[in-house]
Design a protein. Structure first.
Length: 172
């Protein structure tokens, strides 16, 4: 019985040490600042510093539709193959095999979807979309839910450039 208890104790201790190591490799997001309608953050993931910025819509249509959290985000991973990634979380599952239109002025970008997230498709350029966002004043995102509801989320791009500069500066 003593051997059994000793074995269980060793397993529990090893599990706890593994948990503590995993916790040490992760961190809670740290605020880098608020830039008008955009917030910037950083955190450590697997020993690598990651930065991101996000904004929430100033207007969402149709009103009264039941949705979870809605935001657009740019993630900056300087040591990754895809350094910057744009994503839109819509607060509902998108229609299967659908796309999302992102409109900035007269420019249109078509994003791929999976569940409640839209992103720039593989082989396309996040940099082109980010450049348009830096030069724009408003971003409109149009998508379609699994139930067939068409939604339109409008974002202000005020503060985008300052937040973008901050995440690049903080994660070099």
């Amino acid at each position: 019985m003593k051997k059994f208890i000793l074995c269980i104790s060793v397993v529990i201790f090893a599990s706890f040490q593994g948990y503590r190591t995993a916790q040490a490799q992760q961190s809670d997001p740290q605020t880098l600042g608020t830039f008008k309608d955009w917030q910037a953050y950083s955190w450590v993931e697997n020993g690598q510093k990651i930065c991101y910025m996000l904004s929430r819509p100033t207007k969402s249509l149709p009103q009264g539709v039941n949705r979870d959290d809605i935001y657009v985000m740019i993630t900056y991973r300087p040591k990754s193959k895809s350094v910057e990634e744009v994503s839109h979380v819509t607060g509902y599952p998108y229609m299967e095999r659908s796309t999302v239109d992102m409109l900035i002025g007269n420019r249109k970008f078509v994003l791929a979807t999976n569940n409640d997230v839209a992103w720039v498709p593989e082989g396309e350029s996040d940099a082109k979309l980010i450049s348009a966002m830096r030069g724009g004043s408003k971003l409109i995102v149009k998508g379609k839910s699994q139930r067939g509801t068409v939604t339109t989320d409008t974002y202000s791009l005020q503060g985008f450039t300052a937040a973008h500069k901050q995440i690049r500066k903080s994660c070099t």
